[in-house]
Ligand binder design. Structure first.
Ligand code: IMP
Ligand code: MG
Length: 194
C-alpha cells in the first residue's frame, strides 16, 4: 500500500530528523532536487559528444552522485574513490590518504569529480593533483556544497550546488562520525563538536 507520505516524500518527516542533534534545515529536499536537475542539464549540455566519467568521492558524495548521475542525459560512466583525511571528526588537516583508488584508467577520459562539500578545499586540491597526474582529457569538479569563506586554497569549481554558511552540516550523504548520512535534507548539526 502506498501512503500519502510516500507519494510526497518531500513533505514527510523522517523520525531521524527529530533526534536532538539534528538542527535546522540548511538546504531542503525540494531545493536539493531542483538544483541537481539544473546541474544535470548544464552538465548534459557541456559534455555533449564527450560523455564524462563521474568520479564520486566516498562516502559523503554517494547520495549526490546517485541523484546527479540520473539528472544527466548522457551515457556516463561512474567510479568511486574513498579518501580519508587525517584530522579530527570535523576538521581536515589536508593530509589525504587514498583508501580506495579508481578502477578505471583516466587517460583520455573527461573526468568530473563529484564532491559532497568543500570546506578548507584541501581534500579537493589534493585529489585534483592526484587525478591530473593520470592524464585525463579534462578534469572538472562538481561540488554540492561550498562553505563560505573557508577555503585555504584556490580552487576552480566548474559546478557548485549551494554556497552555505560556515557551520557543520549533516545529511544527504554527509556525516558526523558516520552518523546521519541518510537524512533527506542538509541540516545544521546541533550536537557537540569536540
Ligand atoms: P576540506 O578538505 O576541508 O575541504 O574538507 C572536505 C571533506 O571534509 C568533505 O569531503 C567532507 O567529507 C568533510 N566535511 C567538511 N565539512 C563538513 C560538514 O560540514 N559536514 C560533514 N562533513 C564535512
Ligand atoms: Mg566526512
Amino acid at each position: 500500500m502506498i501512503t500519502a507520505e510516500e507519494e510526497t516524500p518531500q513533505g514527510s518527516v523522517q523520525n531521524l530528523e527529530l533526534s536532538d542533534d539534528v538542527g535546522r534545515v540548511i538546504v531542503s529536499e525540494v531545493e536539493l532536487q531542483a538544483r541537481i536537475a539544473e546541474l544535470g542539464e548544464r552538465i548534459t549540455a557541456d559534455y555533449a559528444g564527450r560523455p564524462p566519467l563521474l568520479v564520486g568521492v566516498l562516502k559523503g558524495a554517494f547520495m549526490f552522485m546517485s541523484d546527479l548521475s540520473r539528472a544527466i542525459s548522457l551515457p556516463v560512466d561512474v567510479d568511486f574513490m574513498a579518501v580519508s583525511s587525517y584530522g579530527s571528526a570535523t576538521r581536515t588537516s589536508g593530509v589525504v590518504r587514498i583508501v580506495k583508488d579508481l578502477d578505471v584508467d583516466l587517460a583520455d577520459r573527461h573526468v568530473l569529480v563529484v564532491e559532497d562539500i568543500v570546506d578548507s578545499g584541501l581534500t579537493l586540491s589534493y585529489l585534483q593533483r592526484y587525478l591530473l597526474a593520470r592524464s585525463p582529457a579534462s578534469l572538472e569538479v562538481c561540488a554540492l556544497l561550498v562553505k563560505e569563506g573557508q577555503q585555504r586554497t584556490e580552487l576552480d569549481l566548474a559546478y557548485v550546488g549551494f554556497h552555505i554558511p560556515a557551520e557543520f552540516v549533516v545529511g544527504y550523504g554527509l556525516d558526523v562520525d558516520e552518523r546521519l548520512r541518510n537524512l533527506r535534507a542538509i541540516h545544521a548539526y546541533a550536537g557537540d563538536l569536540s
